[in-house]
Design a binder for this molecule. Sequence first.
Ligand code: GAR
Length: 231
Amino acid sequence: MTVKLRIGALASGGGSNVQSIIDHIEAGKLAAELVLLLTDNPDAGVLKRAARHGIPFAIIEPENYENRDEHDRAMIEALKAEHVELVVLAGYMRIISPEFVRAFPGRIMNIHPALLPAFPGIHVQAKAAAYGVRFSGCTVHFVDEGMDTGPIILQAVVPVLPEDDGDSLGARILRQEHRIYPEAIRLFAEGRLQIEGRHVRILGHTVDADRYMINPPLEEEAPLWPEEGKD
Ligand code: GAR
């Protein structure tokens, strides 16, 4: 029997990333078990998804605690009680405390809807569209004590179109989020991610260094080398 990675998820909103993780698990593509979902938001759509799939959940509202440290302590306790091995932030819209980060060293991931270190923070899909960048995307990274600063695991790139606003770009990015988050978790579950300072080494991976994207595409691809005998 394969040992399943015990995952705890933190989410504040609709939960489409949590859904994608559940779908990958249910399809047998991810040897993991979502043992606990925590939310800070009693109205979060993600709660319906958890209920539908029989995932245990708890609503831990910050209003019921004196400060962020106390609130995060309650979450740490709940996650530890379930022996969670990996914490995934999936649209969790609060900054977690240093104590939380230290409680799960090298065991917290986040997904961010931009190509970090560009556009950290919130509303970044609209910010990228407004800025005029030609590419944006999403980043899965380990969480450190900074905001969106931890070592990067995977990124997906999408083109930004002239007519894009935050919503259209955000939808394009979200489709890639749903692919790379389960992949990053799978690599973690297989023990293939090694954190070395700012770098995450992925064991058993090679990348074709000659592949590239240009947006907009070159109208006429210039040859890399002048054709022989032409001059
Ligand atoms: C996702 O786009 C995620 O990357 C983003 O919130 C959305 C949640 O969607 N997270 C952040 O902006 C974190 N700073 P979901 O609830 O449908 O997964």
